[in-house]
Design a protein around this ligand. Structure first.
Ligand SMILES: O=c1ccn([C@@H]2O[C@H](COP(=O)(O)OP(=O)(O)O[C@H]3O[C@H](CO)[C@@H](O)[C@H](O)[C@H]3O)[C@@H](O)[C@H]2O)c(=O)[nH]1
Ligand SMILES: O=C(O)[C@H](O)COP(=O)(O)O
Length: 279
C-alpha cells in the first residue's frame, strides 16, 4: 500500500473506510447510485473459464452463496475438458466459445449475456468477475460488492494475500503498475487482479476491452482517465498461482506481451489526445 504524502492523502492511500482508492479524499463513484427502491440491487457473477473442470464446481457453488448474487454465469472459453458440464451441474448458467478466445473476450461475452437477462424496470446488475480457479475461496469476493453498492467506487478490485507456490518475480506486475501510474497517477497494489465488481456503466465505459491478459491493466487506465473511481479491497482468496516451471514462464511471457500491448495503445491514445485536446 502506498505511503501517505505529507500534503495529505494521495491516490492509492487507504481512505477513511480503510480502502485504497484512486480518488481521495471522500471518494464518490461516477456511476449513479442504484435507486433505493423496493428492489434489492442484483449482482451477476461472471466466471471466465478455460479448462477449469477440477475447480469450477466449487467456484460456482461459492459464487452462488454471495449475498446479492442472483445469477452465476460461466463463460467456457473453448475448454478442452468438461468445464461446461461440471459448471452446469453445480448450478451455473453456462455459455461457451466454440474456440479459445482469451480471458477478455470471455468477459465481454459474459457481460453481454447478463445484459440480455437484465430487465428494463430494474437497475442493471452489478458485474462481479471471478476467476474459475478460486474454488471455495470465491465466496470471499463478497466484500467487493459493498463499495460499489454504497457509491464509494465504480469498480472494486480484490487484493489477494500471498499465494503458496507463486513463482513470479514481479516483472509483469511491475510493468503494469508503472504503466497505470504513468497514465492515471494511481499506483495499484495488484494491477493484474481479475476479481472485480463494477457497475454496468463502468463496464461499458471500459469497452472495447484490451485483449487477453492486458484486460485488467487496460480497464483500470480507461476507467480512471474517464473519472471513474477504483478501490482495492483485501479479499481472502486462493488461486492456482503460476510456478517457476516452463509453463509458468510461458504464461508470464504472454501476460507481459498483452500488458505491454494494452499500455502501448493507451499511451498512443493519451499522446494523440494531448495534441487534439480530446484525451
Ligand atoms: O484463454 C483463457 C485463459 C484463461 N481463462 C480464465 O481466466 C481466468 C484467469 O486465468 P489464470 O490462468 O488463473 O491466470 P493467472 O495468471 O492466475 O491470472 C492472474 O493474472 C491475470 C492477468 O494477467 C488476471 O486475469 C487474473 O485474474 C489473475 O489471477 C481463469 O478463470 C481462467 O480459466 C480464460 O477464460 N481464457
Ligand atoms: O505470478 C504472477 O504473479 C504473475 O504471473 C505475474 O508475474 P510477475 O510476478 O513476474 O510479475
Amino acid at each position: 500500500m502506498n505511503a501517505q504524502s505529507s500534503d495529505g492523502p494521495v491516490p492509492g492511500s487507504p481512505d477513511a473506510a480503510g480502502y485504497a482508492t484512486s480518488s481521495v479524499p471522500d471518494p464518490v463513484a461516477k456511476s449513479p447510485r442504484p435507486p433505493a427502491g423496493r428492489h434489492r440491487q442484483r449482482v451477476a457473477a461472471i466466471i471466465p473459464a478455460k479448462d477449469e473442470s477440477r475447480r469450477i464446481a466449487e467456484t460456482v457453488r461459492a459464487a452462488r452463496a454471495i449475498p446479492h448474487v442472483d445469477l452465476v454465469l460461466v463463460v467456457d472459453d473453448g475448454s478442452d475438458d468438461n468445464t461446461q458440464d461440471v459448471a452446469r451441474e453445480a448450478g451455473a448458467v453456462v455459455v461457451r466459445h466454440s474456440h479459445n478466445r482469451g480471458k477478455a473476450a470471455a468477459m465481454e461475452t459474459g457481460a453481454a449475456v447478463v445484459g440480455m437477462r437484465d430487465v428494463a424496470d430494474r437497475a442493471a446488475r452489478l458485474l462481479l468477475f471471478i476467476d474459475g480457479d478460486l474454488s471455495g475461496s470465491a465466496v470471499n469476493t463478497a466484500p467487493l460488492i459493498a463499495p460499489v453498492l454504497e457509491g464509494v467506487a465504480d469498480i472494486a478490485i480484490a487484493l489477494l494475500p500471498p499465494q503458496p507456490g507463486a513463482g513470479g518475480r514481479g516483472i509483469v506486475v511491475g510493468a503494469a503498475r508503472r504503466g497505470i501510474h504513468r497514465l492515471t497517477g494511481w499506483t495499484p497494489t495488484q494491477p493484474l487482479s481479475g476479481m472485480r465488481c463494477m457497475t454496468r456503466q463502468a463496464f461499458e465505459a471500459a469497452t472495447p476491452l484490451a485483449r487477453g491478459w492486458g484486460v485488467e491493466t487496460g480497464m483500470t487506465i480507461d476507467l480512471l482517465r474517464q473519472g471513474y473511481v477504483a478501490v482495492e479491497v483485501p479479499c481472502d482468496l486462493r488461486h492456482r498461482a503460476s510456478g517457476t516451471d516452463l509453463k509458468g514462464q510461458m504464461h508470464r511471457a504472454a501476460q507481459y506481451r498483452d500488458v505491454q500491448m494494452a499500455l502501448a495503445a493507451r499511451r498512443t491514445r493519451a499522446a494523440v489526445g494531448a495534441v487534439t485536446g480530446r484525451g
